[in-house]
Design a binder for this molecule. Structure first.
Ligand SMILES: C[S@@+](CC[C@H](N)C(=O)[O-])C[C@H]1O[C@@H](n2cnc3c(N)ncnc32)[C@H](O)[C@@H]1O
Length: 308
């Protein structure tokens, strides 16, 4: 069992992201409980993740810690972290002393421990864990304005990654209106097979440059998306919102939704201006509907749809 601490920025989207990749996840407050660590490094809303060693209650904590075999995880040095700000220092000292007395030749290192035993308190339950090492996702280095092909149409990389994950795809992704490739970059970095299309040839040139920067191979086409009939299991798209954020027509949005209903075989994520009107085709089941604030004149609606 693994525990993920979720970002508090948008709790509903964070939960939906986890559920899309871990259908059997359970949740309590900002903690997600999942049975495998496989997709954890992908999660845009994960603040930290841990392998569960055992769980106990607050009142049984000292007894459970004394009974546990810590030696099996200990390497060169250790430290203890207790994630409950109110009790941190006293509990850490107390638990470190118990663990220390159970180890052979123990070394404590507060600055660079090889094993950082971490206790997470959630209500009356305490989880004894070891942190997972997750590679730094380096979102700041991928902001749209830092890309070689830049147009101010792309969402920030952490949000783009979260939205790709909402499709639940572990195989491939298609963006029929890929712009400068914000979703394709994140999907490619997560080792999904990426396919994109845009009606604007300059957008495709920019996407090629941006993907080349990350050595991501993609299939790209330059066509009106509605003329393409090829089927795709998973689709994501952020539809154009018009010049100076002028409202995009209901007819255009319905064309996108009908296109999804006829070309997608599993799941799709569609991002619209939050005020946009639309009618969902009968073939699409709505699995999620969120509002995300971008700036004071633009909020986005995020729809997750499944093909019935
Ligand atoms: C909001 S931008 C997409 C931004 C993209 N997610 C990114 O990260 O850069 C919408 C894109 O839709 C494209 N577009 C508009 N109508 C289209 C159509 N009928 N077929 C294909 N692309 C279209 C525009 O050229 C524009 O690049």
């Amino acid at each position: 069992m693994f525990i993920v601490i979720l970002s508090a920025e948008h709790p509903k989207l964070a939960k939906a992201e986890v559920q899309s990749l871990f259908p059997f996840a359970s949740f309590s407050k900002n903690l997600a409980f999942v049975s495998t660590s496989k997709h954890i490094p992908r999660l845009a809303s994960a603040k930290a993740a841990y392998k569960l060693l055992f769980k106990t209650t607050v009142s049984n904590l000292n007894k459970s810690v004394a009974a546990y075999n810590w030696q099996q995880h200990y390497k060169k040095s250790f430290s203890v972290t207790y994630l409950d700000p109110k009790q941190r220092i006293s509990k850490e000292k107390q638990l470190a002393a118990i663990i220390h007395s159970s180890l052979r030749n123990p070394n404590v290192s507060l600055t660079n421990p090889t094993t950082q035993f971490t206790f997470i308190q959630n209500k009356n339950t305490v989880y004894a864990t070891i942190p997972l090492k997750i590679p730094n996702p380096n979102y700041a280095t991928r902001f749209p304005h830092k890309q070689p092909g830049f147009k101010p149409i792309s969402l920030k990389p952490r949000l783009a990654r979260l939205l790709v994950n909402l499709t639940g795809s572990t195989t491939s992704i298609y963006d029929p209106m890929c712009g400068i490739g914000g979703f394709l970059i994140e999907a490619g970095l997560m080792k999904l097979d990426v396919k994109g299309n845009d009606i604007n040839k300059h957008a495709i040139t920019a996407t090629k440059k941006n993907l080349a920067k990350y050595k991501i191979k993609a299939t790209l086409t330059n066509a009106d998306a509605f003329s393409l009939k090829r089927k795709h299991p998973y689709l994501i798209t952020d539809i154009p919102y018009g010049r100076n954020t002028a409202p995009v027509s209901k007819e255009f949005i319905n064309n996108v939704l009908n296109h999804i209903a006829t070309t997608v075989t599993k799941r799709a994520v569609i991002i619209l201006p939050s005020t946009a009107k639309y009618s969902l085709p009968k073939k699409l089941a709505l699995e999620g509907n969120f509002t995300y604030y971008i700036h004071k004149s633009l909020s986005k609606r995020i729809l997750i749809v499944r093909i019935k």
